[in-house]
Structures are given as structure tokens and as C-alpha cells.
Design a protein around this ligand. Structure first.
Ligand SMILES: *[C@@H]1O[C@H](CO)[C@@H](O)[C@H](O)[C@H]1NC(C)=O
Length: 212
């Protein structure tokens, strides 16, 4: 390489730094979430966006490649709404937000969390529908949405989740019928109680959203 070419190359690199070196994609997503939340107990105090990654922040766990795999914010007295940025954590396996004061809709972007094993949103004030996009969460084993203010019917897309072991939507305001396909054949009645659901789906006889 001639000196001229290497100097030009250096200038080019300085001008366009490689994204993997210069950005903190997952930390930025989490910090964007923090700015929307009210946190009277200062649980998110350690979430310093100037650090190179979020792996030293309390309630955040990373794998050996510094990718965020857990978010543990259960019982934290946090209030506010979630935004689309939470869908930008492609390695996240555990999303634990239970027993807080989260409000507003569940973002459909959570359906982009391809690695998710457990989503616990129970014990909040989430309203609106269960996103159909959750049908894309192929690794999901635990989905607990109970004790919120969710409405609409149970998305039939959830019957495609072959790994789902625990599903709980009790104590919401859901309507329509209960799916019977896939793993829905094995969930107990307690998972569905205290809603406006009309019992198991009667295919061909009654539309699944009957009563909605
Ligand atoms: C939760 O936050 C509220 C303020 O929004 C405060 O009054 C209350 O004491 C907190 N509860 C707990 C258990 O820390």
C-alpha cells in the first residue's frame, strides 16, 4: 500500500466508523425506554448511557458477547408506557416486567424478540390487544399477561408457538372463544378465568371472535 492510499483509507475510516465499534445499539434502546418511564424508587439509577455497553447496569444481564439476554424489572414500582425500542434487543431471552404500573398498549415490536424464552408482563395496567406478532416468538416457553386490562380476542397466531408451556391471560377483559389448537389443548382453565371469554372454540359453528 502506498502512503497516499493508506492515509486516504485512514481518513475514510475516521469519517465512517464501523457501526460495531462506534455504537451501543442495545444500550441506546434501553436508555430510550428509561427516558419514558417514571421510576420513583430509582431502580434505573445505574443506567448510564455513556458507558460502552449496558452490561454493568443493574437489572440487565448480558451474555459473553455483551448482548443483553435478561431484563429483570419485576416488583420495581415503575410506571409508564413501553415503546417500540424494546423490540431492538435481538438476543433477549427473559423480559420480566411483572407487578409494576406499566400502562398503555403492548408494543407489537415485542414480536421481533426472536430469542425470547419468557415474557412476564402480569400485574400491570396494560390495555389494548395482545399483539398478533407474538406468533413469531418461536422460542417462547412462558407467556404471562394476567392481571392487566387487555381487550380483544386471543390471537389464533399463538397456537403456532410449539414451545409454549405456560400461558396465562386470567383477570383481563378478553372476549371471543379460547383456541383449542396446538399447545392450547393443554393449558388449564385457570389460565383464562375472569375474562369475557365464551369457552372453547367450536370450529365451524361459532366465529372465534364471537361476543367481541
Ligand atoms: C411507589 O411509588 C410511589 C410514588 O409514585 C410511592 O408513593 C410509593 O411509596 C412507592 N411504593 C413502594 C413500595 O416503594
Amino acid at each position: 500500500m502506498t502512503p497516499f492510499i493508506s492515509v486516504s483509507l485512514l481518513l475514510l475510516l475516521l469519517q465512517f466508523p464501523l457501526p460495531s465499534i462506534s455504537t451501543n445499539f442495545e444500550g441506546n434502546a434501553l436508555h430510550a425506554l428509561r427516558t419514558k418511564l417514571s421510576d420513583p424508587n430509582n431502580v434505573l439509577h445505574s443506567w448510564d448511557p455513556t458507558l460502552v455497553n449496558p452490561c454493568t447496569w443493574f437489572h440487565v444481564t448480558c451474555d459473553s458477547n455483551n448482548h443483553v439476554i435478561r431484563l429483570d424489572l419485576g416488583n420495581s414500582n415503575i410506571s409508564g408506557a413501553l415503546g417500540p425500542e424494546l423490540g431492538q434487543l435481538p438476543h433477549l431471552q427473559y423480559l420480566e416486567l411483572y407487578n409494576n404500573d406499566f400502562r398503555g398498549k403492548i408494543p407489537e415490536e415485542l414480536g421481533n424478540l426472536k430469542s425470547l424464552i419468557s415474557m412476564d408482563l402480569y400485574g400491570n395496567k396494560f390495555k389494548g390487544k395482545i399483539p398478533k406478532s407474538f406468533g413469531k416468538l418461536k422460542s417462547l416457553k412462558f407467556l404471562r399477561l394476567d392481571n392487566n386490562k387487555l381487550t380483544g380476542s386471543i390471537p389464533r397466531e399463538l397456537t403456532h408457538l410449539t414451545n409454549l408451556k405456560i400461558f396465562d391471560v386470567s383477570n383481563n377483559d378478553l372476549c371471543g372463544t379460547i383456541p383449542i389448537d396446538g399447545n392450547f389443548g393443554s393449558f388449564p382453565v385457570e389460565s383464562f378465568e375472569n375474562n369475557r371469554l365464551n369457552g372453547p372454540e367450536l370450529k365451524g359453528l361459532v366465529p372465534y371472535d364471537f361476543g367481541c
